[in-house]
Design a protein around this ligand. Structure first.
Ligand code: AQP
Length: 329
């Protein structure tokens, strides 16, 4: 049986990178005959602590956004990670078999600790282990996520086989489902880094709730280069390639088709075509978000229902894991 799991941090309104790299596929996967879990991973988001009300609002924002994008709570179990304590329990157990050198190698850790005198935080260091537990707790077989997650999935499979080898086969092999073309949308002002919810200022990203004007403005300000033709060359023209990938993600056109169709345009004119495609796709999401966000009671009900369903599987699997390990008498 196919089990799909993926998570997103409540660290702000999701941007078009989150949408094209992950959420779009989450929605599409609901057509499959699979059991599906989508988690708002608040435990991960507290690796960078924030005010209490900020986190609360971000959780509700994310819930409303995911529903507005088409996550259907009847098809998918949509839940808040910290509601299910077994994530932390399994994380501990798996962490006991994770070699530190594997974690030290991960790009995430290197980036976030570079300038810290005290050497960095334990939560940031071990968060890939918690992520591994998130996935394995539901005996997941497929994870739809951006390409940046490939190294973490490798770790997940490594940890799963360490466990399986020692305690007996329990966890299945996990595959990453990632769409190459839109797997890594870049920061609009600096196409050498990825678009991010919490890093980078104004006009570096397009959020799913941006107004039409904000979208046009951000696309117009996107960093390109001094060549006026529209060509797809991610190595030498990363800014233009990023716009083409965004355009492709929202229209389904291939990068070749886009370049063919844009032969008469310079990059300035092409930006307006891209902005139009983004606006067309985002407007209904934004409208639905605003409608849903005004009813917090409804959002909380959906998370409560998701918790009940996720908890059922989590409790059952955790119990079996405890038996395998010898923790039940
Ligand atoms: N730029 C991106 N392009 C494609 N996919 C992306 N994802 C993130 N950024 C891009 C995918 O979105 C999903 C959710 O990500 P997350 O919330 O767990 O955290 P993140 O990867 O750290 O994303 P952000 O937007 O950069 O958040 P912050 O700023 O909080 O760190 C994942 O599937 C990810 O692959």
């Amino acid at each position: 049986e196919e089990v799909i799991f993926s998570g997103i941090q409540p660290t702000g309104i999701p941007h078009i990178g989150n949408y094209l790299g992950a959420i779009k596929h989450w929605v599409a996967m609901q057509e499959k005959p699979a059991t599906i879990y989508y988690s708002i991973v608040d435990m991960h988001s507290v690796t960078i602590p924030k005010d209490k009300s900020v986190l609360q609002n971000h959780i509700l924002d994310m819930t409303a956004c995911l529903l507005a994008c088409g996550i259907d709570p009847k098809r998918s179990v949509l839940f808040q990670q910290s509601d299910v304590l077994e994530h932390s329990a399994l994380s501990w157990l798996l962490g006991c078999q994770v070699p530190l050198n594997q974690l030290r190698k991960l790009p995430q850790w290197k980036e976030k600790t570079e300038n810290l005198k005290h050497g960095g935080y334990l939560g940031v260091f071990s968060y890939p282990v918690l992520q591994t537990a998130d996935i394995l707790l539901y005996k997941t077989t497929h994870v739809p996520a951006g390409e940046d997650q490939a190294v973490h999935l490798e770790l997940t499979n490594m940890v799963a086989s360490l466990f399986n080898n020692f305690y007996g086969v329990f966890f299945p092999k996990v595959s990453l489902f990632s769409d190459r073309a839109s797997a890594r949308i870049r920061n609009l002002r600096d196409p050498t880094v990825k678009m991010s919810k919490s890093k980078g200022g104004k006009h570096t990203r397009i959020e799913l709730t941006d107004t039409d004007d904000q979208i046009v403005n951000s696309v117009k300000k996107a960093l390109t280069d001094f060549t006026s033709e529209v060509t797809y060359d991610p190595v030498n023209r990363p800014g233009v390639a990023n716009l083409i990938e965004i355009h492709s993600g929202f229209t389904g056109l291939s990068t070749d088709e886009i370049c063919q169709n844009s032969k008469q345009l310079d990059t300035g004119e092409y930006k307006l075509v891209v902005a139009d495609a983004v606006i067309g796709a985002i407007r209904p999401i934004r409208d639905e978000y605003l409608r849903l966000r005004s009813d917090e009671g409804h959002l909380k009900d959906i998370l409560r229902l998701g918790h009940e369903k996720a908890q059922e599987t989590a409790s059952r699997n955790w119990n079996e894991i405890r038996q395998l390990v010898g923790m039940t008498l």
